[in-house]
Write a protein that binds this ligand. Sequence first.
Ligand code: HEM
Length: 440
Amino acid sequence: MTCCLFDLLTIRLIGRFAGIINTEGKMWKEQRRFLHERLRHFGMKHMGDGREKMENRIMIEVYQMITELADKKSAPVELGSYLSSAVSNVICSLLMSVRFRHDDPKFIRFTNLIDDGFKLFTVTAAAGFIPILKLLPAFNYAFNKIRQNFGEISNFYQEIVDDHKRSFDANNIRDIIDGYILEIQNAKEEGRSEQLFNGKNGDRQMQQIIGDMFSAGTETVKTTLQWATVFALREPHMQARVQEELDRVVTRFRMPMLDDLPNLPYTEAFMLEVMRRATAVPLGTTHSTSRTTTLNGFTIPKGTQVIPLIHAVHMNPALWKDPEVFNPERFLSADGTKVVKPDYFIPFGVGRRVCLGDVLAKAELFLFFSSLLHTFTLTVPQGASVPDLRGQAGVTVSPQTFQVCAKARYVENVVEGETQSSREPFNVFPCLPYLSCPVQ
Ligand code: HEM
């Protein structure tokens, strides 16, 4: 199967077959290989040397978020905005060595444009399948608005690319954009510029890569973490069980690390169940059949667009007992000591177009969620009801807006024989350096 994310109409608007998500064939293969290699270089791997680079990048944002939440002293907050800047900063630092403060007007404008785009795409994408919708004023509005937003975002990306070109040092590759600049230089020297990006403009490709990685890698992680919070609020006894496991395995003297994960089966099972029950990315990308095939007695001709409905697989009662019920134990072995994942658990899709950022995503989900529950107990504000499970549909399915109180946990509750009398909150805020990059 080959693939492209959006229908041709939407591609005309945004991608023009640049980036990775909306490319196919040779261009896609090269981009996928290049990005995969670059992500590994920056530590995005399941194990082995260098993984701490990824962990460090994530933990900087975890500490930052936790510090800001602690400052709220249990007052109700909308966690989404904290998660949004934290998760965006992981991607921004990886792509272009910048981080943003969550109240930076430029950052707010940038994320609003992307959020807007996600919502508007649902309108234009529908028109790709039901052409008559193009006659509706709402379609024209969405089409023009996307074009306008896209122009503004591209200018923003281009500023970053230009900045990188000015400070580029081939002996110090800081991030993915530097990796692209080096690749473009090498291609020029080796006389293969015409083959690179199918002969397309290098700046345009870099802009689209920033856009693809940013849109694929922020909303997805943020939404899944929001759902994790919803389930922690709805099921306080499960939240307490995660905390008990963290206290026992990690201890209260430090924060969770990736190396702890194999010893935290319940915590991992909780996150997996969040990814199944909420399926924040309900649809895979639009694939197309590379040859005529038969499925369940239906003939699907070559070149048909096929969209995997991941949500249906995760909620299929023939595969999962009581699929509506949130039950982390379905991912545990009978004795509760091991995590068991069936083949039909596919939050990142399957096959050659499987999510490119799955390693980073899993690390972020684990580190953010476990650190949050290790540090705070989450409750709904007094008088508020627990958030419900109705989602808001866009490219991701996110929970309705809700507020949460994050109450700091105390050392004396958990550390046996240690500082029993201390009423100091658990000290989770060691001074971690910022990345060696400008904080804008
Ligand atoms: C909880 C977090 C995430 C979920 C649930 C998720 C899910 C998915 C899914 C379902 C697909 C489509 C697979 C298919 O159609 O078969 C996909 C593709 C993709 N994802 Fe993710 N993703 C997440 C995080 C990330 C992150 C952090 C990044 C970036 C670092 C990322 C980058 C991408 C890219 C570039 C593609 C397109 C790959 C291609 O076309 O070759 N994703 N993701």
